[in-house]
Design a protein around this ligand. Structure first.
Ligand SMILES: [Fe+2]
Ligand SMILES: [Fe+2]
Length: 464
């Protein structure tokens, strides 16, 4: 059953067909998006026939994938936003289209002609407009990894529309879904552009070397179905935020088309995280309201999700998202940094040599049954550097959710679990750590696991 509650009607994205009209043309330097083409874009695709052909031949595979593995619910009459222009200085102009008219396009943030490489051994050189041969394989690997993550959540969330709490939520779900699909397009564009450039140099006639089914049919890194909306909100809060930080490192890349692609993707990503932040907040707010009147009783009996279950969902999604950052120490990532392929979060705002020749970083790990700190070369700890930025960012939402509890006069609070809790990757993966950071025996863990992570029965009750 779908309904729009009055508070959500304020949302400017939910519009009826009658009130839908083109927004006024903004001022300032703009890069217009051409919608007369089969693949809307602001990269002058028409000027590169080889690339255009390669992408157009990939398009039917994508649409096929969307039809088979995209949202299971008919999406008619749901208005979505799409970019109509992309400007310099960090903004994009969006307009609204009905779902069935949505077209996946290629949008890059506008080029800065003076952009220089900001870090690594090429620091100070002009940003690359083409991939240097020596880095082609590594860059293609990075782009492929990013491309693989994009369609996964669409597949996981395909049945979620059937249980949308409101039209507002349904629209947000579809918006997130189409944009993850567009992010896949963005990565395929980069791969094809890279390949097309090489093919052109070799004067070969074909550049469509990406197998047509790559990305649209193979096992995913995370492939559990999203069965309820609390999980979706936690996913968009914690896991899309991992995406934000990964994109943030690629946005610094010396390879300018990759940097500009990711810069634009970050604008879309901001909305995904907004969906998560406010979705969890609404859930917590309702729980707080009801539980302040029914202290000590079972929230489920009163139609809300108990706070301890919300905490378990948080523990789960946070810990699996931490794994997505990879091992704390990595020599691959050090090489990416030195080569200029992948920078740090907000690289240009950091006040150091941007080469990390002498810098060190503190890493936590388990030694003799205790959690200790060790100092390692910063260059090898870049995954952790990024993850620590992410953790600090995650705290903001938790503070916001706790404000709801405080406002309702409740003493309980939500918290982020310890970085070692429930980890499958990195320094803590072979240890059992409690949410408050104690090293546990296997039996301590087994005894408490159902208090810390959602059980099947928790998930069933939330879905109900
Ligand atoms: Fe994405
Ligand atoms: Fe996202």
């Amino acid at each position: 059953m779908l309904s729009t509650s009055p508070r959500h009607q304020e949302d400017s994205h939910v519009r009826s067909r009658r009130t839908h009209r083109a927004a006024p043309t903004p001022t300032g330097p703009l890069s217009k998006i051409d919608y007369s083409e089969r693949i809307p874009n602001n990269v002058n695709l028409a000027g590169d026939r080889r690339l255009q052909r390669a992408l157009e031949s990939w398009q039917p595979k994508f649409l096929d994938w969307w039809k088979t593995l995209g949202p299971s619910l008919p999406t008619r009459d749901v208005y979505l936003r799409t970019a109509v222009a992309v400007g310099r200085d960090g903004w994009a102009h969006f307009d609204h289209v009905p779902m069935e008219e949505y077209r996946w396009g290629i949008f890059l943030a506008e080029q800065d002609p003076d952009r220089k490489v900001a870090f690594g051994k090429h620091k100070g050189e002009p940003a690359w407009q083409e991939v240097p041969g020596e880095y082609r394989a590594e860059l293609m690997r990075l782009i492929t990894v990013q491309g693989d993550t994009e369609p996964a959540s669409v597949e996981q969330q395909r049945i979620l529309g059937n249980t949308a709490p409101s039209l507002y939520d349904l629209r947000n779900l579809f918006q997130v879904n189409v944009e993850e699909g567009r992010h896949l397009w963005a990565m395929v564009y980069l791969l094809q552009a890279t390949l097309a450039a090489r093919a052109a140099r070799r004067q070969s006639s074909s550049s469509s070397e990406i197998p047509a089914t790559r990305f649209t049919s193979h096992p995913r890194r995370f492939n559990e179905a999203t069965t309820d909306w609390l999980q979706f909100f936690m996913f968009t809060y914690f896991t899309d935020r991992d995406g934000k930080y990964q994109l943030g490192t690629l946005k610094e890349s010396a390879f300018d088309p990759l940097a500009r692609t990711c810069e634009f993707m970050l604008k879309e990503e901001a909305h995904h995280m907004f969906v998560g932040t406010t979705g969890v907040q609404r859930t917590v707010e309702r729980t707080a309201q009801v539980m302040s009147e029914h202290a000590g009783q079972d929230g489920f009996e009163h139609g809300v999700i108990p706070l301890d279950v919300i905490q378990k969902y948080l523990n789960f999604q946070y810990s699996v998202s931490m794994d997505l950052f990879g091992s704390e120490q990595s020599t691959n990532v050090a090489a990416y940094y030195t080569g200029g392929l992948k920078g740090r979060w907000q690289e240009t705002r950091r006040k150091d040599d941007h080469e990390l020749k002498e810098a060190t970083y503190s890493v936590r790990l388990v030694k003799d049954g205790k959690i200790v700190e060790e100092t390692v070369p910063a260059l090898t700890a870049l995954n952790l550097d990024l993850r620590d930025e992410y953790v600090a960012d995650c705290e903001n939402g938790v503070r916001r959710w706790n404000q709801e509890l405080e406002d309702a006069g409740l003493s309980e609070r939500l918290t982020l679990p310890h970085e070692g809790f429930n980890r499958k990757v990195g320094n803590f993966s072979s240890h059992r750590i409690s949410p408050d950071g104690r090293v546990l025996t296997e039996s301590d863990w087994a005894e408490n696991e159902s208090n810390w992570l959602p059980t099947d029965s928790d998930r069933e009750r939330v879905a109900a």
